[in-house]
Design a protein around this ligand. Structure first.
Ligand code: AMP
Ligand code: ZN
Ligand code: FE
Ligand code: FE
Length: 290
């Protein structure tokens, strides 16, 4: 397939549906991308691929090209690090095993948080279940939505600034692999690994100087153009990316109405997407006819 399609319109490589903690159905993420005038969108739900098929159907219906992906949870000590995986084989055994383990432990962790919050607020696990789609990867956003419905906080973002903040008194961690292992799993599944928002909250990757180690493990790129990376970090990351030969991406991290991020607020260069597609061997992009 020639790759002219990467130039059809703006490219946004990071978006969530309600298969994890976004608020739109997977098909609606793609329809929203079409309405926003994008040419390409990646669906990157946390630790799941369950939205790919519905998103692919919507891609064929709207003409927007789809890059099936995932946002893999990992951690360095207590600090959470997200790794985007694109065009990886969804049935690779190591990928299936690790994502299911993370998803189970996310539920146990959310239950622990809800028990602790429930001692001080009228929140129960039932409320959280009512705010998550069946089979969705559970996260703090689902607890946040329950707190909003109960009138305890005005919106998700307020919940994250208070009760659900990592220093808010109720926070619990969940198991996740080291990013070196997450990157290896993505690479072994034929995918392309891009470090998500490396300068977000605490900048663990930059602070701990592990970028070189991640490149040795098979990291392909860094998501520099993202609202959670401050301008100084972006400059530092550009220097690192140049030195280490990393691809540079930009994306919105759209979560529907759950977060202010809007589709297409940051985008990726067509040549970078062409290189991602060239490197990937695990799964094909979904490219509707012209
Ligand atoms: P967790 O993975 O369970 O620790 O929850 C963190 C996730 O919540 C991150 O992936 C964020 O993108 C997501 N999130 C969704 N909506 C918001 C919001 N309004 N404020 C902060 N984080 C949010
Ligand atoms: Zn999220
Ligand atoms: Fe993230
Ligand atoms: Fe994300």
């Amino acid at each position: 397939m020639d790759d002219d399609w990467v130039r059809r319109g703006p490219i946004d490589l990071h978006a969530h549906s309600r298969e994890s903690d976004g608020t739109d159905a997977p098909g609606d993420v793609v329809r929203a991308a079409a309405a926003a005038g994008l040419g390409v969108v990646a669906l990157t739900d946390h630790d799941t691929v369950s939205g790919w098929q519905e998103a692919a159907d919507a891609a064929m219906e709207t003409g927007v090209a789809l890059i099936p992906g995932v946002e893999f949870s990992s951690q360095i000590g207590p600090a959470s690090v997200h790794v985007l995986g694109y065009l990886l084989d969804p049935v690779s055994a190591a990928f299936v095993g690790e994502r299911e383990r993370i998803r189970l432990e996310r539920v146990e962790r959310a239950e622990r948080m809800v028990r602790a919050i429930g001692r001080d607020y009228p929140l129960t696990w039932r409320h959280v279940e009512e705010h998550s789609a069946p089979g969705a990867t559970i996260g703090r956003p689902h607890i946040a939505d329950a707190l909003v419905t109960l009138g305890i906080v005005p919106d998700r973002s307020a919940a994250f600034e208070g009760i659900l903040h990592w220093q808010g008194g109720y926070y619990q961690p969940h198991h996740a692999p080291h990013p070196v292992d997450a990157i290896r799993i993505i690479a072994d599944a034929g995918g392309v690994a891009v470090l998500a928002h490396p300068a977000a909250r605490g900048r663990p990757v930059m602070r701990m100087g592990v970028l070189g180690e991640l490149v040795d493990a098979g990291l392909d790129g860094v998501e520099i153009w993202h609202r959670d990376n401050d301008a100084r970090s972006q400059r530092e990351l550009l220097v690192d990316a140049e030195r280490l030969g990393l691809l540079v991406t930009g994306s919105s991290d759209y979560h529907g109405s759950g977060k202010p991020n809007v589709l297409g607020e940051h985008t990726t260069e067509p040549a970078v997407l062409a290189e991602i597609v060239r490197r990937a061997t695990g799964f094909a992009p979904v490219v509707p006819g012209p």
